[in-house]
Design a protein around this ligand. Structure first.
Ligand code: FMN
Length: 295
């Protein structure tokens, strides 16, 4: 992260609305929303319920903006996932606007526009005994409840523009903690391979595959074994990420490397305690940037 002279983005946006920057997508609302901003993808869609790195004034530096469910940019507030944005809408940490090189951003967008990055995850948000904050298996985003791994996968997907893939089982698991723990325990004892209901049908499109999972009984959940045994990731980069209740990765990266001997399995994966998932998106984004996926 580099510091830079902060030029009020809203002023620059206003100045450039009548120039070529208009084509880049920033749009002001119509009355009574004339002081609010949204980002038009120019293809019938717009930024919504997400974070985007955008170089609004085309100065080569992108700032990070959050958009609500209706597509309005958050400004001068704390976003629902707990980050500060200034009055121009830019993400700030201790008052410093967070930036990244827009050229790299563009290259990544082009690369991922060709779907080179896939973000796979398995998530089973429990329905009891937890809340949506500390100690939780769930995170509330804009009023929607997501599993911890679902939330992390969404964050990575937004940071990389990678495609999302949810690894689902054909049979549903219990949502209640006690029966879920029992079923997971039984599956480990049986070395089960639960049948999957979702499948990647365009694996050749991807060079980089993030794979996220919760730690269950110190291991990956058995549906992740089903997943890795279904695909050969030879020649691809596999990047693990997880959440846990104290076990960290617990040796699971070595297990993945054993299941995918032809893949480049990155050892610098990301794991976070379930207690902190909801507050950790900034660290997660910083880790993604540090992976230097273009190198
Ligand atoms: C069946 C089961 C077993 C678990 N076993 C462990 C464990 O051995 N070590 C650990 O650190 N966390 C364990 N956890 C906690 C989960 O890893 C943690 O809650 C995770 O954030 C859940 O992610 P999810 O909401 O995306 O499914 C377990 C959770 C469940 C449901």
């Amino acid at each position: 992260m580099k510091k830079r002279l902060i030029v009020p983005a809203a002023i620059l946006m206003a100045l450039t609305m009548t120039t070529t920057v208009l084509a880049s997508g920033w749009k002001a609302g119509l009355a009574p929303n004339q002081n609010r901003w949204w980002y038009d993808d120019e293809d019938g869609t717009f930024a919504e319920s997400e974070w985007r790195w955008l170089d609004g004034n085309q100065d080569g530096t992108a700032e990070c903006y959050a958009f609500d469910r209706e597509g309005w940019m958050y400004a001068d507030t704390t976003t629902p996932d707990g980050y500060q944005v200034n009055r121009d809408g830019a993400w700030v940490v201790n008052g410093v606007v967070q930036t990244r090189n827009a050229e790299i951003q563009t290259q990544e967008a082009q690369a991922t526009g060709d779907s080179r990055i896939l973000v796979v995850y398995y998530s089973l948000p429990e329905t009891d005994g937890t809340d949506t904050d500390s100690g939780a298996s769930r995170v509330a985003v804009n009023g929607q409840v997501q599993g911890n791994m679902e939330y992390m996968a969404n964050t990575i997907s937004q940071s990389t523009s990678g495609d999302l893939f949810r690894n689902n089982t054909a049979e549903a698991y219990p949502g209640l903690h006690a029966p879920l723990v029992d079923q997971a325990s039984k599956e480990f004892a049986e070395n089960a391979r639960p049948a999957l209901s979702t499948h990647i049908d365009n694996l050749d499109n991807y060079d980089v595959i993030f794979v996220g999972y919760p730690i269950w009984w110190g291991e990956m959940p058995m549906p992740m074994y089903s997943f890795f045994e279904e695909y050969d990731f030879s020649g691809k980069t596999v990047i693990p990420f997880s959440s846990h209740g104290g076990s960290g990765f617990s040796g699971t990266i070595n297990v993945i490397a054993g299941l995918e001997p032809g893949a480049n399995v990155r050892r610098d994966g990301y794991t976070v305690s379930r207690d902190n998932v909801a507050r950790d998106a900034g660290n997660l984004r910083t880790w993604v940037e540090g992976l230097n996926l273009l190198n």
